[in-house]
Design a protein around this ligand. Structure first.
Ligand code: KIV
Length: 250
């Protein structure tokens, strides 16, 4: 299994790091078979798996359940689990919740923004962290690109440098201008994983349901699908329904 040192070496050697979100055993098994470098049990499970409007709605219990399912499906993969909204506001709370995710099977926890005291507390206990800067879905008022003006861009670079001093496994950069994605990637030692942050980040992450097109909704501007599970799934259910109906006739 790959680990933090491998991700740093990949950055150094210019090798791209692949990350996808997964939430259950079946798809985690598929991602492991495809040798994806890092699996993210994202709090996007709130949207993709639970049909909620916002990621902030998901509970710690749900994140632990999804994490344990992913661990069973992909026992040899590096698993990062999201700390859900409100789970990391105080150092002690962050420690308790991160420990639950590690016990469920995660190797590292991802935290949105910069709750510095909580992040420091985790690193003091040698808990591996993944940062998440740029668009922060847990607290964002809208889903527009961020970091477009100089002040916002400088703030993201500063935050990335602070995170870097804590030696995270990686820093996710979401929905920022391509040039800023490149700038941050050059400014820090930790590998950057972009989602809508251009091609110059050290790796890329996408939501599984977008990669496989598992829904009938419009993809976010930065997402890309590599299959059409929606069409295949609806067709298969139709074929099944027809088969059931025909069987009844004989
Ligand atoms: O929860 C999630 O899917 C994420 C990705 C957008 C990086 O955090």
């Amino acid at each position: 299994m790959l680990g933090k040192n491998d991700f740093y070496s990949m950055k150094k050697n210019g090798e791209a790091i692949s990350m996808v979100t997964v939430y259950d055993s079946a798809f985690a098994r598929m991602a492991e078979a495809a040798k994806i470098d890092m699996l993210l049990v994202g709090d996007s499970a709130a949207n993709t798996m639970l049909g909620m409007d916002r990621t902030a709605g998901i509970s710690m219990e749900a994140m632990c359940l999804f994490t344990s399912a992913v661990k069973r499906g992909a026992p040899n993969s590096y698993i990062v689990s999201d700390m859900p909204y409100g789970s990391d506001t105080e150092p002690e709370l962050a420690l308790q919740n991160a420990t639950k995710l590690l016990e469920a099977g995660a190797h590292a926890v991802k935290i949105e923004g910069l709750p510095l005291k909580s992040l420091e507390a985790l690193r003091e206990k040698k808990i591996e962290i993944v940062g998440h800067l740029g668009l922060l879905p847990q607290t964002a008022k809208n889903f527009k690109q961020v970091g477009k003006n100089e002040e916002e861009a400088e703030k993201i670079i500063e935050q990335a440098k602070i995170l870097d001093s804590l030696e995270p496994c990686a820093v996710v950069l979401e929905h920022i201008p391509d040039m800023l994605g490149e700038k941050v990637s050059r400014a820090i030692n930790a590998p950057t994983i972009g989602i809508g942050a251009g091609q110059q980040t050290d790796g890329q992450v996408l939501v599984m349901h977008d990669i496989l097109l598992m829904h009938p909704f419009k993809l976010p501007p930065f997402a890309k699908n590599f299959a059409n599970f929606w069409e295949a799934g609806v067709n298969a259910f139709c074929d099944y329904k027809n088969w059931v109906c025909k069987k009844k006739l004989f």
